[in-house]
Design a protein around this ligand. Structure first.
Ligand SMILES: [Zn+2]
Length: 259
């Protein structure tokens, strides 16, 4: 038997359907029909990959609808959502501290661009693991393979890596590589030196990107992270590991704290 749905599951389902609680059965049905119409496999016959993506999204929407329908029937209290419905999201922050996908390092509310990465910003509604790959579900487009999605309009406070387009308030959040490196450091201390070099390389890339975007704040932060990474070149292994873990966890904690 499946575990009972938590408030968090319900919040995620509402997010995926673009709903704000409280929700009536009629509102649920309307939202579900609108979302499924964009996602239905029949609309995506041109390629197998797209059909598969649409199927994944359809399954996620079906599961979300069933969960919310059960929630309405059970008359439980609705989860408190601090903030906005996805349609109003501007990228300043996610409305709830949504769970971070371990496969992609993404979470609902993140701003991304889709390959070839020169189009407009899109908002992540969620992610779906599927065998050996992951799908990123975008609010206005449906499911896209995670390799074709890149974080946008953000800077990583741990390594200084950043991405355009230039916006007034880029999101400060750990980059997916830092999230992976944090887990590697926790499990495999032998990777410490490799992680430091990788951070310095990302800081370098962040600095170049910040200059290309002509954003001084991004540039200053990337420069500070590069200085920090370089200052650790000659640190002993234990000091180095402690410095890296603390930089990652600070960045991660600030990011995942409830808004
Ligand atoms: Zn980073």
């Amino acid at each position: 038997m499946a575990r009972p749905a938590t408030h968090h599951d319900c919040a995620r389902a509402l997010w995926l359907l673009g709903l704000e609680p409280p929700v009536t059965a009629a509102q649920l049905q309307t939202a579900y029909r609108a979302r499924i119409a964009q996602a239905h496999p029949d609309l995506h016959l041109e390629s197998e990959a797209r059909t598969e993506a649409a199927n994944v999204l359809s399954r996620a929407l079906n599961a979300a609808r069933d969960l919310v329908a059960d929630w309405i029937a059970s008359e439980r209290d609705w989860p408190a959502l601090a903030g906005r419905a996805p349609a109003a999201a501007t990228g300043a922050a996610a409305p709830v501290a949504a769970p971070v996908c371990r496969r992609t390092g993404l979470r609902a509310g993140d701003l991304v661009r889709v390959w070839p990465y020169d189009g407009g910003l899109e908002v992540v509604a969620g992610t779906e693991p599927d065998r050996d790959r992951a799908w990123v579900i975008l609010q206005d487009r449906g499911a896209v393979r995670s390799e074709r999605v890149m974080l946008a309009a953000y800077q990583c406070p741990a390594c200084g890596r950043c991405a355009g387009p230039a916006v007034e308030h880029p999101v400060l959040r750990p980059c997916p590589e830092c999230l992976t490196d944090l887990r590697a450091l926790e499990r495999r201390p032998a990777e410490t030196r490799r992680v430091r070099s990788a951070i310095e390389a990302r800081a370098e890339a962040g600095l170049a990107e910040a200059r290309a975007l002509r954003d001084e704040r991004l540039e200053q932060r990337a420069e500070a992270r590069r200085r920090w990474a370089r200052s650790l070149r000659r640190a002993g292994p234990d000091d180095l590991r402690a410095a890296l873990v603390s930089a990652f966890t600070n960045a991660f904690d600030r990011w995942t704290a409830p808004v």
